[in-house]
Design a protein around this ligand. Structure first.
Ligand code: 5GP
Length: 356
């Protein structure tokens, strides 16, 4: 085995350093981004935070709640396509709510139903656990040829050469980065495979941004997994992520679907206390959608019990507050400038235990 000597970093291995600046107040920091894409002719404007296409978080209600922040929700692929069409027709929020598929014809057929129903190309998230196969690149290229106008996000991978491969030969606009960092993921425990997420974002965004289309549009990346607190979202953007995808941080909000636990209040009402949040490769998800696990694979997901957090709106406000303050501390007037202004130091511990 070959060993790479350089130590790769995760969110907990660094802190961002404040810098003297003439930057505007926190209130005036602009968190919205405008993106053009390597393949899709569309332009996108909004807050580049994305709800994960897990069946707990990628829900219609999440889509509606996050659209108010101009953020994105990738609907989970098990949503009924006729209901998806009705939803799009009713709310008209296609730039904020994207459809998801895996790597099979059945998923693609559902996408045709949605396209035919709304009479336009939906934006698409193509999600599989391991994006490192020729078959996946060919599959992405096929989806691109069927949906030439859609913004296509696809992954997951965690190294620069595969990012370039997916953009150049897979027709992908936004490559999803993250192997093993997810809060409900056990890939690193079961397989020993993974890449510290902060380094993966830095190295993959560098590769994507270095690619230029004939119209001068660059490849983009979405950092997917491992953000547990607003500070991690700040660090992901500082590391040059164009989009940041969240599962666990949005789990436990009112907009999630799944198994809730309740208490009974004094006046006899049910009050949410906890919800069960599980990985899409977990035994629970496989039982639910695929009639059980295949005998030749290990479950690479687990179930976590998450305390009730209130509305997705409150989680988003917390993240936006953290991002604005982060930009102000490092002297950036807008999210776009955060990577340019950010300097990070390697640390042994990022914070003390605040529980005592
Ligand atoms: P989180 O924000 O919860 O840390 O990470 C969310 C991401 O974890 C998802 O977007 C997806 O990429 C990944 N993920 C979801 N379920 C599973 C799973 O069962 N196994 C693995 N390896 N990753 C998962």
């Amino acid at each position: 085995m070959k060993i790479v000597d350089e130590i790769k970093l995760d969110f907990d291995d660094i802190l961002l350093v404040p810098a003297r600046s003439l930057a505007a107040s926190r209130k005036e920091v602009d968190l919205k981004r405008n993106f053009k894409f390597f393949h899709s002719p569309k332009e996108w404007h909004g807050l580049p935070v994305v709800a994960a296409n897990m069946d707990t978080t990628g829900t219609f209600n999440m889509g509606y709640a996050l659209a108010k922040h101009e953020a994105i929700t990738c609907l989970h692929k098990h949503n009924n396509s006729d209901r998806t069409v009705e939803y799009f027709k009713h709310y008209n929020i296609e730039s904020s709510v994207w459809a998801s598929i895996g790597m099979n014809q059945e998923d693609l057929n559902s996408l045709y139903v949605v396209r035919d129903g709304i009479h336009s190309d939906p934006n698409i998230c193509i999600d599989i656990a391991n994006g490192y196969t020729d078959r996946f690149v060919e599959w992405c290229a096929k989806v691109r040829s069927e949906f030439p106008d859609s913004i296509i996000m696809a992954g997951n991978v965690c190294t620069p050469e595969m990012v370039q491969e997916l953009v150049l030969h897979g027709g992908v606009d936004v490559v999803k980065i993250g192997i093993g960092p997810g809060s409900a993921c056990t890939t690193r425990l079961k397989t020993g495979v993974g890449y510290p997420q902060l380094s993966a974002i830095i190295e993959c965004s560098h590769a994507a941004h270095g690619l230029k289309s004939s119209e001068g549009r660059m490849g983009l990346v979405c950092a997917d997994g491992g953000c547990r607190v607003p500070a991690d979202v700040c660090k992901a953007f500082a590391a040059n992520a164009d989009f940041v995808m969240l599962g666990g941080m949005l789990a436990g909000t009112d907009e999630c679907e799944g198994d809730w636990e309740y208490d009974i209040s004094d006046d006899g009402k049910e009050i949410k206390t906890h919800m069960s949040f599980y990985g899409m490769s977990s035994e629970k998800a496989q039982d639910k959608y695929n009639g059980g696990m295949n005998s030749y694979v290990a479950s690479e997901g687990r179930t976590k019990i998450i305390p009730y957090k209130g509305s997705a709106d409150s989680v988003m406000s917390d993240i936006k507050g953290g991002l604005r303050s982060c930009c102000a501390y490092v002297g950036a007037t807008c999210l776009k400038d955060l990577p340019k202004c950010a300097k990070a130091i390697k640390v042994n511990r990022t914070h003390f235990d605040k529980s005592i």
